[in-house]
Design a protein around this ligand. Sequence first.
Ligand SMILES: [Zn+2]
Length: 450
Amino acid sequence: MRFVQSHTGRLLKWSVRKAILVIILLVILVPVVFVVVRSATPVIDLNAQITTLGQATPVSVHVSDPRGVSKVTASVEENGARYAVWEMKEPTKAQDNTWSFTAGAKTTPQLHDGKAKLIIEATSNDLLHRTTRVERDVTVVTQPPSVSVDSEQHYLYLGMADLATFTVTGSWTAAGVRVGDQTFRAWPMPGGKPGLFSLFAFAWNMPQGTIPAVFASNGAGNDVTSPLTVQFPKKEQPKYTVHDLQVSDAFMQKVVGELDPNGSGDMVARFVKINNEMRKANNKTLSDLRLKTADHFLFSQPFARQAHSQAEATFADLRNYIYQGKKIDQQVHLGYDLAVTQHVGVEASNDGRVVYAAPLGIYGNCIVVDHGYGLQTIYGHLSRIDVHEGDMVKRGQVMGQSGMTGMAGGDHIHFAMQLDGVQIDPKEWWDPHWIQDHIARRVDLPGFSK
Ligand SMILES: [Zn+2]
């Protein structure tokens, strides 16, 4: 009996100890859990465009935190020194906050042109005061860049291309040649030579008298431009011709059935819609391929024209679409229609890399080959595509078979070229003397010979 009592007593004592332990644990753990559960980490969103700091560059910071923020600061770090540039006035309980301020040499005169870091730190208003830090590499640019342009006379022809060389000094983030509202990128001279160059186009529809200019900007609102010395030889300017294209019922049904299979309503309206809206969208897709380009020449020979081909239409022909004696539409044809025989092997015009190989609306099955520096060739209406995006192709290599997919009434290859997304006349690039005079004479085109 005594034994049992004593055992029970020990059991009791043990239970009490256990209870005390649990209480102690709860006393410690509950607030910890509470703090952890109620804690938060601020999320900082710094506007993506900020890559440079000028005199007074606008900065916009968005911070979200369910508990609000107790502290937000911005600073700039350069050459190991850190300068405070902005601080939030007082803590806030609001979850979402956006602040705008300026940073740059005006408020931080110690900054020098060069690399720096913009640092944003935000501390949560919770009990743990968790801090998030975001760092952005920036370039401090207090002086505008300057450009110096080659002294060449640039002979320009509507719808065609040329090459300019120039140097940019000072800090800059973007440079190139601007023609009207079109911009052509600058590239470092090939072969490690000093300076820059741009291949640029004078588009088929660019107003005559537009003077191309080299530009450089530093991203901090300091743009400089310098005009090229240009000549527009009057006699040799291309004369674009106007053609009437008779639209038969069969052609209209073929095009509408293929490109708008689920549509309904008036056939003429659907045809015109395809010819306008789809053409526009397809040309945008082509133009956007400019960003898929190599930063070096992929070719070393003149461009080749499809063997034994007849040109049924040439660059920038104006086409009137005539249906039952009435003009229903008008479009500019920005390429060559090259016909040989049905299902002829479509040859790559030059060495390059395939950047598009798929159906593309009015162009049907379409291949685009990149030749470097934004120069690309386009092949449309194919019945078969035998290459894939990413494939390297050699000049003359068969990439598929001609056909009449898309807006084509008969078997042919729609061959076109574009430069930095602007469609140009390919004929100069078929001419070895032109490439020698305008390209190879001005920049290293390794292995090029007429
Ligand atoms: Zn065509």
